[in-house]
Design a protein around this ligand. Structure first.
Ligand SMILES: Nc1ncnc2c1ncn2[C@@H]1O[C@H](COP(=O)(O)OP(=O)(O)O)[C@@H](O)[C@H]1O
Ligand SMILES: [Mg+2]
Length: 375
């Protein structure tokens, strides 16, 4: 798919912006703090309904204004798509797809497919398990609304079970009701676990290939789902189900003492290894960066496999962080994918490619030049 138009009103440092996009490559160039990432952020917003930088809509609204507006128009396999968002200070945001208002944020998923690669993605490797779970959940939800529903339901049940655990201390009678929550927790939990395993198996196969290419066959990347439930890709549903249930019972005393649930997919992690060594501990900065790139590029193919068309790709400030070989590999992987790049200067390597795209020069929340027509 690709997007052809972007319109902003009072978004971040843009009073108004209305641009036509190239269906292969769009480069946003400019000094720091001029509004390059803001543009990618606005596009990201139309895919996920939230920013990758903040959870507060208010920050996205231009200072001293009360509403921000973002619209993209694009083309997909099955026709045209338009997304409009209105963000308000102190009121729920309004979202329209093809002119129709949505009642739930989840309805937005599956309209615009996006893969983003930014320096933040190193967190995926360096950060804690919660960071990696967020990555997994976001990526699956993006192309699978049912998963989004399952993980939301799981989190809701978890919250209710945790509240119950806290109350049991004061009222022992409540213990009788824990079964209801345990059943639900296991029911949704199993759906979450199995879908995550399926996703990670695919991620593993693809990222392994990509990583070998990037490193000229020198490194073997492996990703594994690390679950606290006895489960692997070969185990049967019933066994895992039983294990989850048994562990909940065994840990009940501990859970009551702590006031929260200590077992379940909300405690799982993604293991990332190069040549069998945990990259978080043993990986160099460069290896970690390359692994993050391999995982992100795999997502492009996963989405293609899942929905039958390529997502758009947002690359925020990543070119300068990669060495020549990796830049080269990245650029060569972009052929089928509409790409948006922010950059402070164009590396030599990209110069030939640039002919196939638009360059927007950004300064102070405005486009001051396009395609080298500096005025
Ligand atoms: N809500 C807002 N209202 C006005 N300006 C904002 C708002 N949020 C961010 N900015 C401004 O946007 C600029 C940063 O934009 P950004 O896209 O992150 O820069 P870069 O070009 O370095 O990627 C800063 O000048 C910041 O002050
Ligand atoms: Mg930036």
């Amino acid at each position: 798919m690709f997007i052809s138009k972007l319109k902003l009103i009072n978004f971040r440092n843009y009073s108004s912006l209305d641009i036509e996009l190239h269906n292969k490559l769009n480069i946003f160039i400019g000094n720091n703090a001029q509004g390059k990432t803001n543009i990618l952020e606005s596009i990201y917003l139309t895919g996920f309904g939230k920013s990758f930088r903040t959870s507060k809509d208010k920050e996205l609204i231009k200072a001293n204004k009360n509403m921000a507006y973002v619209k993209v128009e694009g083309e997909k396999r099955h026709g045209e798509v338009s997304i409009e968002l209105r963000l308000w200070d102190g009121k729920k945001k309004e979202i329209k797809t093809n002119g129709l208002s949505l009642t739930k944020l989840s309805e937005l998923l599956g309209n615009i497919y996006i893969v983003i690669f930014s320096p933040e993605d190193l967190k995926l490797i360096k950060g804690g398990p919660a960071e990696r779970r967020r990555f997994i959940d976001r990526e699956i939800s993006h192309v699978n609304r049912k998963y989004y529903y399952d993980i939301m339901s799981y989190n809701k049940v978890l919250l209710q079970r945790n509240n119950l655990l806290k109350n049991i201390v004061y009222n022992k009678k409540l213990l009788k009701t824990i079964d209801i929550w345990d059943n639900k927790l296991v029911e949704f939990g199993m759906k979450v676990i199995f879908k995550r395993i399926e996703f990670i198996n695919r991620l593993n196969a693809l990222s392994r290939l990509i990583h070998r290419k990037i490193t000229d066959g020198r490194e073997n990347l492996e990703v594994k789902y690390l679950s606290n439930i006895e489960v692997n890709s070969k185990s049967i549903y019933e066994e895992a189900f039983k294990d989850f249930r048994t562990k909940l019972e065994k840990r009940l005393e501990t859970d009551i003492k702590r006031g929260y649930t200590t077992v379940g997919p909300h405690k799982d992690d993604l293991g990332i290894y190069i040549d069998d060594k945990d990259i978080r501990i043993f990986g160099s900065q460069g290896q970690q960066r390359t692994a993050a790139l391999s995982l992100k590029l795999s997502e492009i193919e996963i989405i293609k496999g899942e929905v039958g068309e390529y997502p758009i790709l947002l690359l925020d400030d990543v070119m300068s962080e990669l060495d020549i070989n990796r830049q080269n590999f990245l650029i060569n992987s972009l052929r089928n994918v509409q790409t948006f790049i922010t950059i402070t200067e164009i590396p030599q390597l990209m110069a030939p490619l640039v002919k196939e795209g638009n360059i927007f020069e950004i300064s102070g929340g405005r486009i001051i030049a396009k395609d080298g027509n500096f005025n």
